[in-house]
Design a binder for this molecule. Structure first.
Ligand code: ZN
Length: 510
């Protein structure tokens, strides 16, 4: 750390004209993140890696210096503060450095959600996306993920702020309150500065099929007369021509089915928009998710929902239908590729007609359909990934500390039943070889197999929150320590893996 102390002395005495030379100098000191060098008024700031944590160093007396919480120290005759990367400090950084505030991203053609269950992955994502036209949503967690990982909206955003500051990423990033089902959850995310809301309508969707005629009738008849009449005159006896030239029409049975499935969700989404999204200052990207159903979304159902939302003045920025086949967590697409292509094309036409993007959920690792998504959407889409970034973190642990991984793995197997309450997977634990019988080299390839991938993918909450009898975390601290110690390996894995996603979607990664 002697080099760091010298650097602090130089920074403390530096004027504005010395900034670039100092940044160059920082590149030669491994503990310093050179892109994190910033100058504001009399202060010079940068991030440094110490043994167990990253810290913000700030020199020079300024309002910013005064506001940041940290320990005052000196290097030679230079006073400086060493500050934790805390939530409180992240807010002060956001106040002085506007590029660290999330922004709405709907004006960009291609956006990618890079939910990070742990928090330290974002610098790796930024290094991949810097200078590319794809814009990242760096903070993206659902309520379920926050509960399972023991994190908060603010904590997740704070981690993204530090990543953006560390990498000097000035092109704009998003923050998505993902899969929110309640007004309270949305309010909470908006209050923390989130710039995208994904409304999960599943609790207002009646998961019905054509054959459920009794229930369809029941829901339909329960609607007020006036509402039924309005819907019938809106949808029946008409042909809807999409901008692509394709036409759609509803039979009375189609209408009754779609009303029964979606009408309550439509009304809910309109209400949420009017109450919370439209009044939000600065603009918010609004995504409608109708994907948490047991059957795939029929294009007619998609049209039925969208037409009403648009007519009610809802600014829809993206829509997540459920596509045919299976989008299971962390593994490739399972299903009929031809059928997927046909359906995706129909959903795409509807999205284009109304002027929003399709959003592809559980978008991690769906390599066999990525070329179709990229081509058919003309690279206009939002793709969400989350768990796959966790799996890359686990691959770092396997490589760097195989013994730690063996313990995590054994534990995960004992908690599979718990995790399956939240996630649907088809993994067979019996198909995963006992890790004690595998050599370290064999262990490294373990996560190339679907069964092991899925088991580790869904047990993250159990793994991160497990404690011993004394209340200490069993794995959490070791996981964060291991990732910080092997940060470059972690970023390399993320670069390669998410890079492969982009490549298959039709982007030039290099
Ligand atoms: Zn979803």
């Amino acid at each position: 750390m002697r080099n760091v102390a010298y650097f602090i002395q130089a920074a403390g005495k530096a004027g504005e004209k010395d900034f670039l030379a100092l940044k160059q100098q920082a590149k030669k000191i491994p503990e310093i993140y050179s892109e994190s060098c910033h100058q504001l008024a009399n202060s010079f700031l940068f991030l440094v890696k110490e043994n167990t944590a990253k810290k913000l160093v700030v020199t020079g007396d300024s309002p910013l210096y005064q506001e940041l919480e940290g320990k005052e120290q000196s290097a030679g005759d230079v006073r400086f503060k060493e500050c934790p990367l805390s939530e409180k400090n992240s807010k002060i950084i956001q106040k002085y450095f506007p590029f660290t505030r999330p922004v709405p991203l709907s004006k960009y053609k291609t956006t990618i959600g890079l939910g990070d269950r742990l928090g330290p992955a974002s610098p790796g994502h930024i290094r991949l996306l810097k200078k590319k036209k794809i814009r990242p949503v760096l903070a993206q967690q659902s309520k379920r993920e926050l509960d399972l990982t023991g994190r908060s909206f603010r904590g997740v955003l704070s981690d993204a702020v530090w990543a953006v500051f560390q990498e000097d990423y000035q092109e704009g990033f998003g923050a998505d309150g993902d899969h929110l089902k309640t007004m309270a959850g949305i309010k909470e995310a908006l209050a923390e500065g989130y710039t995208m809301i994904t409304l999960d309508c599943s609790e207002h969707i009646h998961d019905l099929k054509e054959t459920d005629s009794g229930e369809i009738d029941q829901v339909y008849q329960a609607l007020p007369q006036e509402k039924k009449r309005a819907l019938e005159s809106r949808f029946l006896g008409r042909e809807f021509t999409l901008k692509s030239g394709e036409t759609l029409s509803f039979t009375p049975d189609d209408l009754r089915l779609n009303v029964a499935i979606y009408q309550e969700a439509v009304d809910f989404a309109v209400h949420v928009f009017q109450e919370l999204i439209a009044p939000a200052a600065g603009g918010v990207d609004f995504e409608i998710s109708i994907d948490e159903t047991t059957t795939s979304t029929h294009p007619l159902g998609h049209f039925f929902v969208a037409a009403q939302l648009i007519e009610a003045g809802v600014k829809v920025d993206s829509m997540a239908p459920r596509f045919c086949g299976e989008f299971q967590k962390g593994i490739d697409y399972r299903g009929d590729i031809k059928e997927f292509t046909r359906e995706f094309r129909e959903h795409q036409r509807i999205a284009e007609h109304f002027g929003y993007k399709l959003s592809i959920h559980s978008g991690s690792d769906k390599f066999s359909v990525f070329p179709i998504i990229g081509r058919e959407s003309k690279e206009t889409f939002h793709l969400k990934t989350a768990g796959t970034n966790w799996l890359e973190a686990v691959r770092v642990i396997i490589q760097a500390e195989p013994e730690l991984y063996r313990k995590i793995h054994a534990f995960a197997l004992t908690r599979l039943a718990e995790a399956k309450k939240y996630y649907h997977i088809s993994a067979d634990p019996a198909a995963v070889p006992p890790v004690d019988s595998l050599t370290d080299e064999e262990l490294i390839t373990l996560l190339n197999k679907d069964d092991a991938r899925q088991i580790i993918h869904i047990t993250y909450g159990e793994i991160l929150q497990a404690r011993d009898a004394g209340g200490n975390y069993l794995f959490r601290d070791d996981i964060y320590r291991c990732l910080l110690e092997n940060e470059n390996l972690y970023f390399q894995f993320l670069h390669d893996h998410i890079g492969r996603h982009l490549e298959m979607l039709g982007f030039d990664v290099n």
